[in-house]
Design a binder for this molecule. Structure first.
Ligand code: SF4
Ligand code: SF4
Length: 400
């Protein structure tokens, strides 16, 4: 696509990247076929090709309105469009770079600003989120059923295995997962322990940065990245084998630290090393001796592959392979490439689209009546669990 950035944007550091992304798009429209919001709306401007066109016009200096912002807000950043694009258009990067520009050009209504501000102030901080959830659990009995479903009860969990093995890996506790589902990291530690790997829990008490990044608060996201790198650095220097991620959404962000901090002279090298060490738990376990987890008469399960796992980390089929090799039978799930509607805080900001996508996803997951639904990301897990008739768990729990 012919692109001529307006003077202002021609001078930003990402100008060349923007131009090459926009020029790569040949307008074929293949991406529309896999876009969840295009499928719902049937509107060109609610699909990737239309959004690329809107952003191009903005960067070329044309007028942008609240409507432009709404079409971009409806995007889940699921990246299904990137996976299918035959020209390799980096839609996610285009959106990441352009969204803050759009935020500056189009002011949001006060209520939207407030909601986004509160999300950004509360959710990425472990202690603030714990406080919020404690309060929510107290008032849960008097809340409407739709809200009650979103507040999980507190889990009693067991003891973390002692770090007795030579092979050592670390895991960052992160923001919401320790409060919502602490059993996931504990199960991971137990599974790795069985593989003769000690998993050390590192309490950074802060987010990976993905949430703030997608709310266009890049500065805060970079700060989170620096905190996490500093917290892990002594262990990295001691030679830990990997930084384990049990939430594919965080994994994508962790693997991007090297890129987002590449221009920071104090952190560029450390960030690159950090990202190089990050591995999704499935990438580690698939290489271990899986026969120790094998059992007969396992139930039938449905696996929901989060967008961040399949389109972000580009890990496809690995979790399924692990689960089948330890004895689970996996049912077919239609339209695996489509988002469940969780997408970070999308379910809060775009509740109608999110609930339509959730309904579609649960219908696909439950169609062949599995006994369990497994997933690989805390956001998807909470989202699916709120409406599912069937128990939803992180897949790693199915190994212990
Ligand atoms: S599939 Fe790729 S090249 Fe085709 S319209 Fe979409 S982004 Fe552009
Ligand atoms: S990221 Fe997902 S929702 Fe956004 S345009 Fe691409 S396919 Fe559509």
């Amino acid at each position: 696509m012919q692109t001529k950035l307006t003077g202002t944007y021609n001078n930003i550091p990402e100008a060349q990247e923007l131009k090459s992304i926009l020029q790569a798009c040949v307008h074929c429209g293949f991406c529309n076929a896999v876009c969840p919001t295009y499928q719902i709306q049937g509107d060109e401007l609610d699909g990737p090709r239309g959004r690329i066109y809107l952003l191009k016009k903005m960067l070329e200096g044309e007028y942008v309105s609240r409507q432009t912002q709404q079409h971009l807000d409806r995007c889940l950043s699921c990246l299904a469009c990137e996976t299918i694009c035959p020209s390799g258009v980096k839609y996610g990067r285009l959106k990441d770079i352009s969204q803050p520009i759009l935020e500056q050009k189009v002011s949001r209504p006060v209520l939207q600003k407030l909601v986004r501000y509160l999300i950004n102030q509360m959710l990425p901080y472990q202690n603030r989120f714990l406080w919020l959830m404690t309060l929510a659990r107290l008032v849960k009995p008097v809340l409407p059923a739709s809200l009650q479903q979103k507040i999980p009860d507190k889990q009693a969990i067991g003891n973390w295995p002692d770090p007795v093995h030579n092979r050592k890996m670390i895991i960052l506790t992160g923001c919401v997962q320790p409060t919502l589902a602490p059993e996931i990291d504990l199960a991971t530690a137990k599974v790795l322990d069985k593989c003769s790997i000690s998993l050390l829990k590192i309490d950074s008490a802060s987010c990976c940065g993905a949430l703030s990044y997608h709310l266009s608060d890049h500065q805060r996201a970079l700060d989170f990245a620096r905190i996490n790198i500093d917290t892990c650095w002594p262990h990295i220097e001691q030679g830990i084998e990997a930084i384990v991620s049990t939430a594919s959404g965080c994994g994508v962000m962790f693997k991007d630290y090297g890129r987002i901090l590449r221009n920071d002279p104090n952190y560029a090298e450390k960030a690159a090393k950090f990202s190089e060490l990050v591995r999704d738990i499935s990438e580690i376990i698939v290489d271990e001796n899986l026969s120790i987890f094998s059992k007969s008469n396992r139930p039938e399960i449905a696996f929901q592959a989060p967008c961040t796992l399949q389109h972000g980390l580009k890990i496809t089929g690995t979790v399924e392979t692990i689960l089948e090799r330890v004895g689970y039978r996996l049912v077919d799930v239609a339209d695996q490439h489509l988002c469940c509607g969780s997408a970070g805080v999308y379910s809060i900001l775009q509740p109608q689209f999110s609930s339509q996508l959730l309904e579609n996803k649960l219908e696909a997951l439950q169609r062949h009546s599995p006994e369990i639904i497994a997933t690989a990301n805390i956001g998807c897990l909470m989202h699916l669990q709120a409406k599912s008739q069937i128990s939803v768990v992180h897949w790693v729990l199915l190994l212990i």
